[in-house]
Design a protein around this ligand. Sequence first.
Ligand code: NAG
Ligand code: NAG
Ligand code: NAG
Ligand code: NAG
Ligand code: NAG
Length: 492
Amino acid sequence: MAPSPRGSSFSRVLLLVLALSVALLAPVPAAATSVFRVRRKFPRHGGAEEAEEHLAGLRRHDGRRHGRLLGAVDLPLGGVGLPTETGLYYTRIELGAPAKGYYVQVDTGSDILWVNCIRCDGCPTRSGLGIELTQYDPAGNGSTVGCDQEFCVANNGGVPPTCSSDSPCQFRITYGDGSSTTGFYVTDFLQYDQVSGNGQTTPSNASITFGCGAQLGGDLGSSSQALDGILGFGQSNSSVLSQLADAGKVPKIFAHCLDTVHGGGIFAIGNVVQPKVKTTPLVPNMPHYNVNLKGIAVGGATLQLPTNTFNSGANQGTIIDSGTTLAYLPESVYKTLMAAVFDKYQDISIHNINDFLCFQFSGSVDDGFPMITFSFEGDLTLDVYPHDYLFQNGNDIYCIGFLNGGLQTKDGKDMVLLGDLVLSNKLVVYDLENQVIGWTAYNCSSSIKIEDDKTGSTYTVDAHNISSGWKFQWHNSWILLFVITIWRYIIF
Ligand SMILES: *[C@@H]1O[C@H](CO)[C@@H](O)[C@H](O)[C@H]1NC(C)=O
Ligand SMILES: *[C@@H]1O[C@H](CO)[C@@H](O)[C@H](O)[C@H]1NC(C)=O
Ligand SMILES: *[C@@H]1O[C@H](CO)[C@@H](O)[C@H](O)[C@H]1NC(C)=O
Ligand SMILES: *[C@@H]1O[C@H](CO)[C@@H](O)[C@H](O)[C@H]1NC(C)=O
Ligand SMILES: *[C@@H]1O[C@H](CO)[C@@H](O)[C@H](O)[C@H]1NC(C)=O
């Protein structure tokens, strides 16, 4: 049985912030369109990867020659992206002067940073994650962004017709599960940890523009997994990454290593030099991180799927999203994949437990089940082990982490969305300067090496596991979270 896309009555649906629209409140469609239109200006010549690498090298070289001193940022991570755990990863940032700390979910499926604002309507005051929630007060050093200011105009494709000189620049974000946040933009100091040595950081700051959430809708307001906000790592100019890059502080490159084994992991902005990762090109001009999936193999045998299953026309392709807990496949792919995975166990009995398909199995799933390999353009593969796609839910009970369908493009085509389930325990590098994304299997409790342009040195960035002393306990071991992402919620 397919999990019902809207069916998880047991829990707050995990946020998964795939689908979103960021727009001035009026007029929504036109404004939002231009938000997405501005994404990628980088010219791409079909297949000319060598030329691009060369160009990238030149750009880096030029950057140095012109005195762009790009550093690196360490974002301490907490959380565990398993349905039976927190189901998400978060970091702690500081805003304002004097600075206050905020816990925000890291999400590569959305663009802006927003935090709950003081006197926010519908905001949680308590979190089941055991963290202390803080509401941002723009009356400190923050300044409200006006609707006629450059940030607002640039991110909305012009001055909104309803803009009068003293009205703020408003935003509304709608997430895949139907939850939403509405508010206005402010500019204030962001304090972050600049990498300054091996495993060392120095506090640093930048003035950035982010959203002050005035009203939360849907599950974002419920307290079981409440955080202070979301840190979107999308590509648009409005993201913190773009703002730090535009300010000449970092290159437009970041990486994450999400650790389901110990929790937390590594999240860093900067030029990763070790480990080296093989990459695949990003599909140009997409609102999310889309890549071209070519095929899927189970235990080394390629699945026979109709041609064009993973066609990468407009609004298709495969989305890589750290803000989603699990992985979604179109129904036809899901069925073929599951048939191959359970080939040896044709008579296994599968039960529907809280919208997951679960079965009893004793012994090691890694010995009993095959590895699944996704192949992408450019010869990049993604290996997903049985212990990744079959999560344990009590003694000898395992549930399937792949979900059947539920994700559609505007024109009704099913798409693939790969979340933490398959991205965990790998170093994933998003190199936006070269418009590629890559990964390699990695120990996310260890460290990576990042080059610091400022000094020309290479520094290690260590794993973190910020836990704030939480005691995460389910009232009932069957309570599961799962992410709902419905593509048609997007307002373009
Ligand atoms: C921020 O505001 C506080 C009090 O309003 C003031 O004391 C402080 O100097 C301000 N900081 C900056 C960096 O402007
Ligand atoms: C986004 O940023 C890039 C680089 O700074 C700039 O060239 C481009 O014009 C910006 N787009 C908008 C709409 O501001
Ligand atoms: C930002 O960093 C600079 C340089 O380290 C420092 O002098 C300044 O006080 C910092 N500002 C805030 C608001 O933290
Ligand atoms: C990370 O934090 C969790 C929750 O506090 C804890 O269970 C786990 O042991 C920690 N992992 C490491 C490597 O410290
Ligand atoms: C991963 O790295 C940590 C920290 O270096 C180390 O303690 C641990 O043994 C490593 N795990 C594996 C499986 O190698």
